[in-house]
Design a protein around this ligand. Structure first.
Ligand SMILES: *[C@@H]1O[C@H](CO)[C@@H](O)[C@H](O)[C@H]1NC(C)=O
Length: 182
């Protein structure tokens, strides 16, 4: 009886885990909890970012799965994420993968919240949030925020990261949720 109960509980847990894992590509690093932008990526350091689930199978299919653009985006405002620069192009046809990126020193200590993004067909896939930091670079005063080209609803640069609590929805939230179970 006890053994049966344990097996049933284990199966129920397994079902929960598989239900939480997205059937489409998602970042496995960097990740963050929704609304948490306390993670710091060191400028000039060689960072390994990673993902799981092929981008040419499952729910979300890339039209060019061997050359998917990975982009640095400004995520101060989750409703108006802004393109900053292309990090690299990846082949995401494998079950999982990783690639390298060196966070640019020009964005170090600027107070902005960043994320990595890949666009899989019509779907945007976000990594967790982070800020770019450097022990060597001075903390920048309010200045221009890269990627924020919509002044009407974009708060002043520099302050933006402190005022808003960005919560990436959709893919990022699902990815963050799924990773709690890995
Ligand atoms: C980052 O490290 C990887 C693995 O050692 C290496 O292949 C890659 O060339 C490095 N990239 C840079 C920009 O240093």
């Amino acid at each position: 009886m006890l053994a049966k109960t344990i097996i049933a509980a284990t199966l129920a847990l397994a079902a929960t885990v598989s239900a939480q894992t997205p059937n489409h590509i998602y970042f496995t690093y960097p990740i963050s909890k929704a609304g948490d932008s306390s993670q710091i990526m060191e400028a000039g350091k060689n960072i390994t970012f990673s993902w799981s689930t092929p981008c040419n199978a499952g729910e979300w299919i890339s039209p060019n799965p061997t050359a998917v653009s990975v982009q640095l985006v400004n995520a101060n405002n989750a409703e108006a994420v802004g393109f900053v620069s292309e990090v690299t192009k990846i082949d995401c046809t494998g079950n999982s993968g990783n690639n390298y990126w060196v966070p640019p020193a020009e964005y170090a200590n600027d107070g902005n919240v960043y994320s990595l993004r890949m666009q899989i067909g019509a779907h945007d896939v976000y990594s967790g949030n982070f800020k770019i930091g450097s022990k060597n670079a001075p903390v920048k005063p309010s200045g221009s925020a890269p990627g924020t080209s919509t002044p009407s609803n974009t708060p002043a640069a520099g302050n933006a990261g402190n005022i808003l609590t960005p919560v990436l929805s959709g893919a990022a939230a699902i990815a963050a949720g799924a990773l709690m179970f890995l």
